[in-house]
Write a protein that binds this ligand. Structure first.
Ligand code: SAM
Length: 285
């Protein structure tokens, strides 16, 4: 199987849209318009969820009306947040047709179908004219992509001169091999992490200038510790949980019953410095 087919299989169990629809109905969210906060437990597929999206948007200084491409848009949480908050248009591309279908369904439920679009495509060959976008955005996608020079070259092509590239990514640490499975891969075959320095060099060689570069690893470690505490407290209070169905909304609905193990391994890898987190904003030459 090619890397691409394996990645689609990892993220692509066919009835994700239906599973989300049913879970939202069970949680009392079957009717009416849904906000970014309603959907955040299940549509922000990266460390620190909606909070990380809000931080990256602030760092990128997004302007109203901007045309944005979300590279590897997943279930579309970030694109809907950007469209709703900054009144911009966001075009999401993702390898997984099942994620594209689920993201489109969630956009309708959020009343944003006219402002966000999703299509199935490879980040290494995007179906857009050169210079089309004011901003390219990507969160937790590049770790599935071996050819970083090609990825950053393709992003450079679709962003206009003077436009920006906003990134929130997992990077290689310096403490040895990863514990698998992780949220992006079941094993080393489709995990292509690079160290922060190498990532920065490749971005600069592709024609980007660094405006802001922040190591978010410690913030991620603290977030995983809080999550663990919150889970332990919720288990202790299970009998009194007033809204268990709403509490059960999560990324396991898309990724299956192994997702808690994948997420726990990411927390462990971060804590042991086997991986790190970088948030960056760059300007296209
Ligand atoms: C961990 S999810 C992150 C999704 C989203 N960016 C988010 O933060 O919520 C990684 C996503 O990258 C997509 N992906 C991986 N390789 C890709 C490629 N070469 N082209 C487009 N999408 C890709 C996957 O299908 C998956 O939806």
């Amino acid at each position: 199987m090619s890397d691409t087919a394996e990645i689609v299989q990892h993220y692509g169990d066919g009835d994700i849209r239906d599973r989300l629809e049913q879970a939202l109905a069970r949680a009392g969210l079957g009717e009416g318009r849904l906000s970014s906060s309603d959907l955040a437990p299940l549509d922000q597929f990266h460390t620190r969820g909606l909070a990380a999206t809000v931080e990256l948007a602030q760092a990128a200084a997004i302007e109203a009306g901007a045309e944005i491409v979300d590279v590897g848009s997943g279930l579309g949480g970030a694109s809907r947040y950007l469209a709703a908050t900054f009144d911009c248009r966001v075009h999401g591309i993702d390898l997984s047709p099942a994620f594209v279908a689920a993201a489109s369904y969630l956009a309708e439920r959020a009343g944003l179908a006219g402002k966000v679009t999703y299509q199935s495509a490879d980040a290494l060959a995007m179906p857009f004219a050169s210079g089309r976008f004011d901003l390219a955005w990507t969160q937790h996608v590049a770790m599935n992509i071996a050819d970083r020079a090609c990825l950053y070259g393709e992003v450079h092509r679709v962003v206009r001169p003077g436009g920006r590239f906003a990134i929130y990514d997992v990077v290689a640490g310096n403490a040895g091999p990863l514990h698998f499975p992780v949220p992006w891969s079941r094993g080393p075959e489709t995990s292509f992490l690079v160290a922060p320095d190498a990532m920065r060099r490749t971005l600069e060689q592709a024609g980007f200038k660094v405006i802001d570069w922040q190591d978010k690893s410690e913030t991620g470690v603290a977030w995983f510790a809080e999550q663990q505490k919150a889970r332990a407290a919720a288990q202790g209070n299970a009998a009194q949980a007033s809204n268990a169905a709403r509490a059960s909304l999560g990324l396991h609905l898309a990724m299956g019953p192994d997702f808690p193990l994948m997420a726990a391994n990411l927390g462990r890898n971060l804590g042991e410095r086997r991986v790190g987190l970088i948030q960056a904003v760059l300007e296209r030459s």
